[in-house]
Design a protein. Sequence first.
Lengths: 446, 293
Amino acid sequence: MTILGNGLSGLAAAQHVLNTTSQNIANANTPGYSRQEAVLASRIDTSPNRLTPGAGVEVAELRRIADDFRIAALWRANNQAGFDNQMETLVAQAEDIIGGSELSVSGGIDSLFAAFNAAAEAPQSMATRQQILSSAASLASRFNQLAGNLDLQKRQIDEQATTLVSGINGQTASIARLNAQIADIQARGGNTSQLEDQRDLAVQKLAGNLALDVQKFPDGRMNVSLSGGQPLVLGSKPATMSLVNGELSLDLKGQVFPITSPGGQLGALQDYRNGTLNELRTSLNGQAERLAVDLNAQLVKGYDLNGDPGAELYESDANDPAASLRLAAGVEPERLGFIGDDGTGNPVGGSGDNTNLLEVITLKSGFYDAYTGLLGNLAIQSAQIQAEASASRGMLADAQSRRDSVSGVSQDEEAVRLMQFTQAYQANAKVVSTAGRVFDTLLGMF
Amino acid sequence: MRVSTGQLSQIILQGLQRQDRDFAKVMTQMSSGYRINRMSDDPLGSVSLLGIERDQSSFKQFRANASRVISRMEQSESYLNASFNTVLRVQDLSLAAINGSATADDRAAAAHELESLRETLVQFANAKDEDGSHLFSGSKLGTPPIAGGVYQGDDLRREVPVAQGVTLAANETIESVYFNGGNFFTDLDAFITDLKAGGPNVDTTGPAVIEAINRAINGIGEKLTQVGARISSARSLDAAQQDLALTNEKIRGKIQDLDYVDAVNRVNQIETSLNATQKTYSKLSQLSLFSYI
C-alpha cells in the first residue's frame, strides 16, 4: 500500500508544482507580480515501525517570494524619483521663462540704454527721446510678461496639485480596501499573494506622490502614514487629503491634520511653488522696483526741454511692481530731464546739455548684475536638479532591479521546473503502474 | 545574483532610452551649432556669456557714439575750414585797403566785399545740423550763436561716452574764435564804416582789424587742431572697441560654439553602442530554454 500512496502523493505534488509554474509563466510580464514557489516536504509516517520509509510527499506551503526590505527600498527610490523628476520639470520651465531670449530683461536693458546712449549726442532730438520711451515701455512689458508667465506657472501647479490630491485619495482608498480583503482571506487561510502584490504596487505609486512610513501587522494589514506622522491609511480606514488655497490637510474620520512638506511629487509641487517660484517672483519685483526707483530718482534731478524739472519715467503698484511696471502717466518725450542742474536748482544749460543723461547712463551696470545673478542662480539650480533627477532615476532602476532579482519570474528557471516536474510526474505515474503490476503479480498467485 | 526575465528587458530598455537621450542632445547641439542650448547645460559658461553679451552691446554702443562724434566733428571741421579761408580773404582785403596806395574807390569796393564776407562768416558760425540745431552755440541749440555782433550761446560741451570711462565732446563753440580778447565783428564793422567814409581813420581801425583778424585766424586754427585731434581719438577708440569686440567674440565662440569634430565622434559612439545593445537584445531574446522543449 505504501508504494501506491507514495506514488499518488508524488503525482499530486508534481501537478501542484506544475500549476504554480504555469501561474508564474503566465505572469512573467505582470507589473508587481511576485513569483510563487511550492515548497515540498516529505510526509511522515507516524506508525510505530522503524522500517517504514515514509508516507510520500506533500506541498507544505505556497510561498510568495518577496523581500520586504527590497520592496521598501523600491518605495523610497520611487519617492525620491517622484520629487526629483517633478522638480526638474518645474525648474526647467522656469529656466525657459526667465532665460528665454524673447523676454530677456537683459536684452530689454540693452535696448533702453542703447536709446539713452543715442540721445547723448543729440539730447534735444524728439526722435531719440521718443525711442527712449518706446524702449522703456518694451522693457516694462518684458517685466509684465515674465511676471505673468510665472503667475501662470503657479496656477498650473495648483491645478496639477489638485489632480494629484484626488489621485492620492484614490490610492489610499484602494490600499484600505486591499487591507480589509487581505485580513479577511488570511483569516480564512486563503492565498493573499496577488492581493499583496496589488497593495505593494499601490503603495509604490503613493510613495511616488508622498514620502511614506509603512507598518505591517501579523494579520496582514498595513498602516501607511506620511513620514511626518500624519496617518494616510489606518487598517481599512483611508484618510482624505484636501488642498484649499494651497494648504494641504488630511482628514481621518473627522480628525484634521495639517501637512507642510509631503515629499514626493506633491512635495516638489509645494516646495517649488512656495520656495523657488516665490523667490523668483520676489526677485523680479525687486528688480522692477529698483529700475523704476533708480531711473526716476536720476531723471527728476535733471531738467526737461522746457527747463522744468524732469518727469518720472516709470510707475508701478507697490504690491506687485513687476506685473504693473509701466510708463508714468504724463511722461512725454520733451519731459525727460537730460539737462543737468547748475547747483542752484536751475538748468545748467540749454536743450543741448546732457549732463544728467550721462548720470542716467552710468546706472546701466547695476540693473544687469541683479538679473544676471538671478539667471545664474536659476541655471545652477536647474543643472543641479537635473543631475539629482538623473541619479534618482538610476537609483529607482537599480531598486526595481534588486526587487525583480528576488521576486521577478525567470523563464529559464520555470522551464527547468517544467521539465523537472514533468519528469517527476512521469516517474510517479511509473511508480503507480509498478504498484499495479506488483498487485497483479500478487493476485495472479491465486 | 539571480536575474529574472523582466530584468533583462528592463536593462536593455534603459540602455536604449539613455542612448536616445544622448542622441537627442547631440542632435540639438548640431542643429543649433551651440554647445550650450539651455543655461543649465553650463551655468558658469552661461553667466560668462551674459557678461560677454553685455560687453558686446556696450562696445556696439561706444562705436555708434564714436561714429556720431566723428560725423559731427567732420561737419564742424568743414565749416571751420570754410571760415578760415574766408577770414584769410578778409585779411587780404584789409591789408590792401590799409595800404597808402589804395584809392577811395578801392576802399569803397573793399568795404562792399568785406560786408558780404562778414555775412558769410556769421552764416558759417550760425551753421545748423540736419535737425536744425546750431553747431557752435554750446548747449543752446535753438539759439544762433552770433546775433547783433555778440555771442548768444554758452560754453557747454556735450560729452559722449566712447569707451569705458572715456567721453569725447561732440560739439565746439565759436565764442573763443571771434570774442577772445575783443570782438572781431565790432572791429570789422568799425573798419568797414571807416572805409566807406573814404578811410579817414584807417590808421586806428586798420591795425585794430588786422589784430582782430590775427586773433580769429589763431582761434580757428586752434579749433581745427582740437577738432582734428578729437576725430583721430574717436577713430582710434573706435578701432580699439572693434578689437575688443572681436576678442570677445572669439571668447564667446570658445564658450558657446559646438566642436563639430567632437560632436560627430559622439554620434559615432552612440551609434556603435546602440547597435551593440540592439544586437545583444535580439541574441538574448532567442536564448530561451523553451526553444528546446
